[in-house]
Design a protein around this ligand. Structure first.
Ligand SMILES: Cc1cc2nc3c(=O)[nH]c(=O)nc-3n(C[C@H](O)[C@H](O)[C@H](O)COP(=O)(O)OP(=O)(O)OC[C@H]3O[C@@H](n4cnc5c(N)ncnc54)[C@H](O)[C@@H]3O)c2cc1C
Length: 451
């Protein structure tokens, strides 16, 4: 039953079988057997996808990488590591932090989400604003193609970082498991920054918080992170974990600067001025590494806190130009209100990447349809505002139809042709990302309430 869905629970379907190989060779054997029998193969990490990207729509064989979980080699001189595909993101930093190194991409799911899952979605996180996403930190990997052939794309474990020819590594990053099964990955390690300034900034409204984000970037300052949490999520976190967050704040921002000691306080002063100009009512700096860790723990516990207040929720992942943050926040609140649903917001605000969390109860008739309608309307609005349907959670089955809103038929056809170069039969993770795919909705989306 664990494999009937991922963290997007609105659609469910059981695979015919699940294979948990322990080596590239075992993956090859499973893939060849599936090729012989023309079975779909679905690569899967730990299933934290929020878009139904590992749903076995037609059944088939899920190839899980949870036993491919070894860090094979750390090359400290060249600051890189060779890891198996199922290694959880955070394990890499944990393995090298004593030597002052880290693996930079930090999705909130980093204790559990795997490096190959991160590659398939080009995962980001709070610190993407300055460090970039997974594509900026993965140098190369091997991949078992749907016919069983193994190819190495990008930098090899012993080679240099630059590879001649097309950047096929880059083409696979973000391909949502449709090109093959990745088994080993070379990642880049970064030096841990020397100085941090982290603070919690309290506002009376999400508008003021959003405007602050735009003003800071407009002033030429790139903090390493600017995370927004609105009142419902701040309250939920505080109720669950008692971090000391203000229960009456309209919204809070966690702003972090990093770099060298020289100059960082000047930047902090400027950021403080901009917060005050936008009516910040309180600025609480983290004074110790422990206080800084507690602030990040509180942000990364957000999804867990929701479990206490709603039996079901769906998380959206649109992007808008930063200056449109106030507009999209109003749209989200209005849409949820019209449908009588609860909503809470976290956002990688520096990137304009919103994560509205819409509450529903699948036991109440009509609630699933309403949540689906609300969620879809928000993404459509993001696209209308000049943004995109996903920042980091992928398209999966959830947003496949919306790809046609964002892209022309020619664009989609070009994407499909690239896919077929890797997987001519379309057996690898079928029905994802492209419109008119089959779905497993257990409700009628046409019955949605207009938003
Ligand atoms: C609480 C929570 C917080 C989250 N926060 C963030 C966040 O801050 N940033 C963010 O980007 N995402 C976030 N996510 C979404 C999710 O964690 C990421 O997308 C993550 O990268 C998925 O990794 P996974 O190992 O769980 O992959 P899965 O969910 O198992 O699979 C995801 C995709 O990867 C493909 N895949 C998996 N393994 C392989 C492989 N070996 N070869 C080829 N394709 C493969 C699958 O086919 C699928 O398309 C969050 C999710 C949760 C539940």
């Amino acid at each position: 039953m664990v494999y009937e869905c991922d963290a997007y629970t609105m659609e469910k379907h059981l695979p015919d079988a699940v294979a948990l190989p322990r080596s590239t060779e075992e993956v090859v054997r499973v893939v060849k057997l599936c090729a012989e029998h023309r079975l779909p193969i679905i690569p899967r990490g730990t299933g934290t996808s929020l878009s139904g990207a590992v749903l076995a729509v037609d059944g088939g064989v899920i190839i899980g990488t949870t036993r491919l979980n070894r860090i094979l080699n750390v090359d400290y001189r060249n600051r890189r590591a060779l890891v198996e595909a199922g290694v959880p993101n955070l394990w890499i930093t944990n393995a090298v932090k004593q030597r002052g190194l880290m693996f930079a991409p930090d999705p909130s799911s980093q204790p559990s989400s795997t490096i190959a899952g991160n590659i398939a979605f080009n995962a980001g996180g709070p610190h993407t604003l300055k460090h970039g996403a997974t594509t900026n930190h993965v140098l190369g990997f091997d991949m078992v193609l749907p016919d069983g052939e193994v190819v190495w794309l990008g930098a090899t474990p012993d080679g240099g970082e630059d590879v001649e020819g097309y950047d096929l590594r880059g083409a696979v990053i973000g391909s949502e498991g449709m090109f093959g099964v990745i088994t080993r990955v070379v990642v880049r390690l970064m030096k841990t920054p020397r100085a941090f300034r982290t603070m919690l900034v309290v506002f009376n409204s999400a508008d003021d918080a959003s405007r602050t984000v735009s003003d800071i970037i407009a002033a030429g300052i790139i903090p390493v992170a600017m995370e927004l949490m609105d009142q419902p999520i701040t309250r939920a976190i505080e109720d669950a974990y008692h971090f000391g967050l203000p229960m009456d704040a309209g919204a809070v921002l966690i702003i972090e600067l990093e770099g060298h000691e020289a100059g960082i306080d000047r930047q902090l002063e400027r950021v403080t001025e901009l917060c005050r100009k936008n009516n910040a009512r309180d600025l609480k700096p983290a004074r110790t590494p422990e206080e800084r860790a507690a602030l990040w723990k509180c942000r990364k516990s957000a999804f867990g806190a929701i479990g206490r207040i709603s039996p079901n929720f769906v998380t959206q992942d649109g992007v808008v130009p930063r200056t449109k943050l106030p507009e999209i926040m109003h749209f989200i609140y209005d849409a949820a209100k019209k449908l009588g649903l609860g909503v809470a917001n976290v956002a990688h605000a520096g990137d304009g990447n919103i994560h509205p969390i819409i509450f529903y109860d699948e036991r109440i008739a009509g609630d699933v349809e309403k949540a689906y309608a609300c969620s879809t309307a928000i993404v459509r609005r993001c696209i209308e505002l000049g943004g995109t349907a996903t920042g980091e959670h992928g398209i999966g089955v959830e947003k496949a139809e919306l790809m046609a809103v964002q892209y022309s038929a020619d664009d989609l056809d070009a994407m499909q042709r690239l896919r077929r170069a890797f997987d001519p039969e379309g057996r690898c993770n079928p029905h994802k990302m492209f419109p008119s795919g089959k779905r497993c909705l257990n409700f009628n989306p046409q019955r949605q309430v207009a938003v």
